[in-house]
Design a protein around this ligand. Structure first.
Ligand code: DX5
Ligand code: ZN
Length: 216
């Protein structure tokens, strides 16, 4: 069964506690939190204070997706703020700094993940394959919710699954961007085990039914 990680980027920020508690009632698995710095992506979302505020509200896994430049500078603070899984972008720094950041995340007992923007090929993940617990394949350009799903990312997803099966079979794959009750199928067929859904989840008339469709 696949997992769903609703992205609170599309939640009602004035009612964050309500929306966080409602995730569990709807049967969702993880809470996806998108941190944007206005440099790595052309948008600014939120930082440590929101993660610290959400942490005591739920026992759900906090899946923190850093869309920030040179994340090595901040990974310790994000783990301390309450992240259970911390994802950094491989385009955001030099490889030696990315490797150091992944080591730091794991040394603190947090799960480490890398993410690939749409134009980054699967081969760019090679130096990190055995050093991560998850790879996040972006199915939109990072920065905003509500964009159209890029089905042409599916061969990359499949290729990463094949590459991981050889060196790190326990590593899981996550997809993020434009996932809904239709696009989820092809993601799962190509190896996605965790599916992020922002706008589609929060717009769903029946969130419980939506969650079940993604998990099926
Ligand atoms: C985009 C973010 C996503 C976003 C997904 O940069 O990483 O997590 O919230 O939103 P939807 O599901 O609306 O595409
Ligand atoms: Zn995300």
């Amino acid at each position: 069964m696949a997992k769903i990680a609703p992205s609170i980027l599309s939640a009602d920020f004035a009612n964050m506690e309500r929306d966080i508690r409602q995730l569990k009632e709807a049967g969702a698995d993880w809470v996806h939190m998108d941190v944007m710095d206005g440099i790595f992506v052309p948008n600014i979302s939120f930082g440590f204070p929101l993660i610290q505020a959400v942490r005591p509200l739920t026992d759900m896994v906090l899946d923190v997706h850093l869309m920030i430049d040179r994340p090595l500078r901040y990974v310790e603070q994000f783990v301390k703020a309450g992240a259970d899984w911390l994802t950094i972008h491989i385009e955001a720094d030099q490889p030696h700094n990315t490797l150091e950041a992944l080591e730091k995340i794991r040394a603190m007992g947090c799960k480490a993940a890398i993410s690939l923007k749409p134009r980054t090929p699967a081969e760019a993940a090679i130096p990190y394959l055995d050093k991560v617990d998850m790879i996040l394949v972006m199915t939109v350009e990072p920065g905003f919710g509500g964009q159209k799903f890029m089905a042409d990312m599916m061969p990359k997803l499949k290729k990463l699954r094949q590459m991981l099966d050889e060196v790190n079979p326990d590593c899981i794959l996550e997809v993020d961007g434009g996932v809904d009750e239709n696009t989820c199928t092809v993601c799962k067929e190509n190896g996605a085990e965790v599916l992020v859904a922002g706008s589609a989840y929060f717009k769903a008339a029946d969130r419980q039914a939506f969650v079940k469709k993604i998990q099926a």
